[in-house]
Ligand binder design. Structure first.
Ligand code: ADP
Ligand code: MG
Length: 493
């Protein structure tokens, strides 16, 4: 299939206080198509001064003007309108997302559908936030008010660009917050196209601002800014730790969704075909650039060799190709930096374990950041490739003896984002569910994600939850109100 004609290289600015503005320094940075390594856009690089302007705009929109007076019903309607815009423009957004990230177009289409669903979900939830009344003695009334947390700084990664923006913006708008969104510098384009609709759907200027640039400059300025009440971050654990330290100076609320080294556990009694597929899907979807990737594949010894062989055979036939080709199952990695990181882990893996397939650059491609789907086996759980997040299509297969052994290995990790177990024995399945220390557990599947259900990690995979009512909760404060019903003086002095 031939690719559509190349669009012109566009220049994007920052979106601050309802206006498109260049960076105060005039600086821009290039954005690439990782399949061709060509520049597809240039984007204004926000300085700390530009971030300050965005935060001040958000602050002003939150503290006065029409936004605080906007009803919950109307905030919901705005979210529905955004969802409609996304659905109407799904083909364009999916193509742009695929072009910029390198992910297969078919996956990008799912992502954009999920973006719209996320706005719809929080549109519906906006007017269902209730306080409580507490049973204090008869001479008083005690109740809670749920109020927006304020200005939210939202820093997102490059693997699901518009979807991660939606997970953060939608609940924040529903709650009545004002936002400064910083997309990942590798993949800002869909969020910037999206920002074009903010005014049209009725959001007052300053309620949502989008600033571009590196994490070290624009991201760090947002985290340090005293005008920001909360930081919501999705990204690496390394940066998560930097953010917590910096946010401590102003005691911001922080929610973090960080990486993982999630176990995908296969017992001998699992449905064979579904299990082999699930092992591959769990770790290779989206080129393995998934925080919840099932990158540690734990297999019961009874089926271990046969399982490695079956996975390997299928992995060899995964169709790598141009992201916009509808047959492509795996595209290039997002950037040269990521390509270097993943291929260096492949070199480490070759020393630490046995290679079943892959292990380097996908040689059929003259350009682009393509790597082979890679399976390492006989991996010891102490190996670096079993402990460190690689964020690419690299599976580490680890044998286990029995259930107790599986649980021990599964939990022997600093991370705790997700885990999965495959078995037809419901007793065993639920014992594993209860034993695994992770925020998301799948039984006989890996990766399905629904906006209705909470998402987030245990241990060093972060804290706080996104999606569902939990996601909205993170953008709310609780105000306790006490009303005295007794008019007699206290009589203390
Ligand atoms: P990766 O290394 O895979 O790019 P990161 O965690 O570095 O993952 O990036 C996720 C997001 O965090 C991006 O938007 C990036 O710009 C931002 N970021 C990176 N470093 C910092 C930092 N020091 N402070 C704030 N944000 C940062
Ligand atoms: Mg980084």
């Amino acid at each position: 299939m031939s690719s559509p004609a190349k669009p012109a290289v566009k220049t994007y600015q920052n979106y601050i206080n309802g206006q498109w503005v260049s960076s105060s320094t005039g600086e821009t940075f290039p954005v690439f198509d990782p399949s061709t390594e060509e520049v597809i856009a240039n984007v204004a690089a926000a300085s700390a001064g530009d971030v300050d302007k965005a935060v001040k705009a958000a602050r002003a929109a939150f503290d006065s003007g029409p936004w605080p007076a906007t009803t919950a019903q109307d905030r919901g309607r705005i979210l529905f309108k955004l969802a409609e815009k996304i659905r109407q423009n799904q083909p364009i957004l999916a193509e742009l997302e695929s072009r910029n990230t390198g992910k297969p177009i078919v996956e990008a289409e799912y992502d954009i559908g999920d973006v719209a669903t996320c706005f719809e979900y929080y549109g519906g939830l906006a007017n269902k936030v209730n306080g409580s009344v507490m049973p204090v003695p008869a001479n008083a009334l005690s109740f809670t008010l749920r109020e927006p947390v304020g200005v939210a700084g939202q820093i997102i990664p490059w693997n699901y660009p518009l979807l991660m923006a939606a997970w953060k913006l939608a609940p924040a708008i529903a709650a009545g917050c004002a936002c400064v969104l910083k997309p990942a510098e590798q993949t800002p384009l869909t969020a910037l196209e999206f920002a074009n609709w903010l005014e049209e759907v009725g959001l007052p200027p300053g309620v949502v601002n989008v600033v571009n640039g590196t994490g070290e400059i624009a991201g760090a300025a947002l985290v340090a800014h005293p005008g920001v009440d909360k930081i919501a971050f999705t990204g690496s654990a390394v940066v998560g730790k930097i953010i917590v330290k910096s946010a401590a100076d102003t005691l911001k609320r922080v929610t973090l969704e960080l990486g993982g080294k999630s176990p995908n556990v296969f017992f001998a009694d699992a449905d064979w075909e579904a299990a082999v597929d699930g092992a591959l899907f769990g770790v290779f979807i989206n080129q393995g650039e998934v925080c919840s990737a099932g990158s540690r594949i734990l297999v019961e010894k009874k089926i271990y060799s046969k399982f490695v062989d079956a996975m390997t055979e299928k992995a060899k036939h995964i169709k790598l190709g141009a992201p916009l080709d509808r047959d492509t199952k795996m595209g290039p990695l997002v950037s040269r930096e990521q390509y270097d990181r993943v291929t260096s882990y492949m070199e480490i893996g070759k020393k630490e374990a046995k290679t079943a397939t892959g292990g380097g650059r996908a040689k059929a491609f003259g350009k682009g950041f393509y790597v082979e789907p890679t399976i390492f086996y006989d991996v010891d759980n102490t190996a670096r490739i079993a402990r460190e997040e690689i964020f690419g299509p690299v599976a580490t297969v680890i044998p286990f003896e029995n259930e107790a052994d599986a649980i021990k290995i599964a939990n022997d990790t600093p991370y705790g984002l997700a885990g999965a177990v495959w078995t037809r024995d419901i007793f065993k399945a639920f014992r594993i569910v209860k034993s695994m220390r992770a925020g998301i557990i799948w039984v006989n599947h890996m990766q399905p994600t629904y906006v209705e259900a909470p998402w987030g990690g245990y241990k060093q995979s972060g804290f706080g939850r996104e999606l569902g009512p939990w996601g909205l909760e993170e953008y709310l404060e609780t105000k306790q109100v006490y009303v005295n019903l007794d008019e007699t003086p206290i009589g203390w002095y």
